[in-house]
Write a protein that binds this ligand. Sequence first.
Ligand code: PLP
Length: 392
Amino acid sequence: MTYEFNERTMRRGTLSYKWDQGQTLFGDDEVLPLWVADMDFKCSPAIIQAVTERAAQGIYGYTIRSKDYLNAITGWFQRRHGWNVDESWLTDSPGVVPSLSLAVQSLTEPGDEIILQSPVYNPFYDVIQRNGRKLAESPLLLKNGRYEMDYEKLETLMSGGAKLLLLCSPQNPGGRVWTKEELVRLGDLCVKYDVKVIADEIHCDLVFPGHQHFPFASLSEQFAERTITCLAPSKTFNMPGLSTSFTVISNPRLKRRFDERIHALSIGSVNFFGPPATIAAYNESEPWLDALLTYVAANQEFAISYLSNHLPALVPVRSEGTYLLWLDCRALGLDSKQLKQLMYKEAKIAFNEGSIYGREGEGFLRINLACPRDLLVEALDRFTAAVNARNK
Ligand SMILES: Cc1ncc(COP(=O)(O)O)c(C=O)c1O
């Protein structure tokens, strides 16, 4: 079966967070949005069918999770990642970010230090600081165009009393798919200093050929017992509007503490569309995902070669996974305000401005590659024209 990733679907006027906030966020409805991480591709035919049939039932009542739903999740992680997840380890949650926040609350006390590795997905800062915890930053090291962990800094922070590490694996926005060796070295430090781990692995299925995702908790018993893994089919299968995600916690003590937070807020029931969509995703949409990854990888190759031909001073950080391209624009010599002016006002495009991911992101932009090729071309053309007009 072939899938039409080249098809441009009109999303304006659909209450789209990405497409219908041009005026509000960027001051112009004509801005082309290649920012927030949702894809401009229709879901797999199996998911569309499952959701359509579900909608046709016409009564949208409270929903329970079924054995099929749990099997779909455990089957997927077994098949795709070689990870044996017991269904008793699963807790449903309306989103990965809410899970991150509740996990922070359940594993630490106000005032505790929590480590993140910047530049990183911006809500990581919020779930630490808005919960009254302290940020302990270990910036990633950009070496030969590839991010690496700074183990010395990590060890300093852990030996200095940090209680928890927020791991982004694969990493957004740097596009790293951490190797087994890197994760084991990190995990060994966490064991040595008794640091707990929240592993945000929402991008785990979005990995390009030549790379492999290793679920952190699957690497050893000791890692598993200190880890809350946050997952969802939403990023992989483009269904974030269905508010369907889950955590995996094999340590019963940690799970009780996390579940207590979920119950306190009464947010544990699943979305009406969640189970059928998840079953269709994990059981029937693997060929769609493989085709998607081929398409996005080709978009990345296209963008990298386009940039090297048209804007050679800008340096893309090649992604190993995710559908995001991190672009070093420091050669333009613009601060974050000027980069926004360049994007929104002059080029009429919206990539994400890099400083929201941490100080180290200053001068970078993040481009969402999960769109039809012609849209990517249009955005890059507009961006190039605006940069050239400035440099005249
Ligand atoms: C690393 C990471 N975690 C979480 C999310 C969002 O998760 P959710 O929409 O389930 O809260 C994203 C979305 O881009 C992400 O990149």
